[in-house]
Design a protein around this ligand. Structure first.
Ligand SMILES: Nc1ncnc2c1ncn2[C@@H]1O[C@H](COP(=O)(O)OP(=O)(O)O)[C@@H](O)[C@H]1O
Ligand SMILES: [Mg+2]
Length: 265
């Protein structure tokens, strides 16, 4: 990376952000990593004396431009980890830095700023506004982003140039998910976090969605993290992170990334 991104500048500009001026604790580990986590623990207290350790000591570095597949059984902590990376949730213990900036103790305003500038989210369900066209759904976000791409460009990137004026009800599940991806990436986030983006889709449609994520990663250099419990998807990744009971059990680097179109499940 040559220049700091707007997102990092945004964080630095916030005077109340406690980590903003502090040097990273371990420069060697954090200078190049976009995300650096150390000993992340998340404990939920769903009621009574019950305690759920959703994350149990996560040490992880994620780098700009990587395509990561996060694999694990249901309940292994995948969504918890993704939500913490994306500033939707905060860890109980441990540290999280983004571009060397401490997010662990960031206040709500700093986290909101981080999410708004740096992170695009894609979830299993598309959450499009039914009364707005594809273009309008994307424009909702680009209207409030500092350096957006035109909605048309974002939709073309996910292969929906000919569906801009369709309403969600006029689109297939895969097309709706690709609108959601266009919406997530139109503000040019450095990070795209996808929680089971193909979970509600059949194989053929799922592949068009993965192809859209892969293209965004390749053409915009966006760090993409894809959660799945589907091992077949792992081949498209640079690195595959296996999660079990809130711990990383393996990180495997693929010798080469497989084309999404060769995947099947
Ligand atoms: N808000 C919450 N309150 C209580 N327990 C939770 C909450 N969110 C997740 N959990 C629990 O934490 C564990 C990990 O959940 P999650 O991160 O959603 O796993 P995954 O995405 O891998 O299925 C599970 O045992 C889940 O029940
Ligand atoms: Mg989940």
């Amino acid at each position: 990376m040559t220049a700091p991104a707007p997102a990092a500048q945004g964080l630095k500009a916030m005077p109340e952000h406690p980590g903003a001026s502090a040097a990273p604790a371990d420069p060697g580990a954090t200078v190049h990593a976009l995300f650096h986590t150390h000993g992340l623990v998340k404990v939920y207290h769903p009621g009574g004396d019950v305690e759920v350790r959703a994350l149990n000591g996560i040490d992880l570095d994620l780098y700009a431009g990587e395509l990561i597949v996060l694999l694990g059984a249901s309940g292994s902590g995948k969504s918890t980890l993704l939500n913490i990376l994306g500033g939707l949730d905060v860890p109980t213990e441990g540290t999280l830095t983004y571009r060397g900036e401490d997010l662990t103790d960031a206040d709500d305003r700093a986290l909101t700023q981080f999410r708004r500038n740096a992170v695009g989210f894609v979830f299993q369900f598309y959450n499009l506004i039914p009364s707005l066209t594809a273009r309008e759904n994307v424009a909702l976000i680009t209207d409030i982003a500092p350096h957006p791409m035109p909605p048309e460009e974002a939709l073309a990137l996910v292969d929906l140039a000919d569906r801009m004026d369709h309403f969600p009800s006029q689109l297939s599940g895969g097309q709706q998910q690709r609108v959601a991806i266009a919406r997530a990436i139109a503000k040019r986030p450095e990070v795209l976090l996808c929680d089971e983006p193909t979970g509600a889709l059949d194989v053929k449609t799922g592949i068009t969605v993965l192809a859209a994520i892969e293209r965004v990663n390749r053409e915009l250099g966006t760090l993409a993290v894809i959660i799945t419990h589907n091992v077949a998807i792992a081949g498209m990744a640079d690195r595959v992170i296996h999660l079990s009971d809130g711990r990383i059990t393996a990180i495997r680097r693929n010798r080469e990334r497989l084309s999404v179109h060769t995947l099947s499940w």
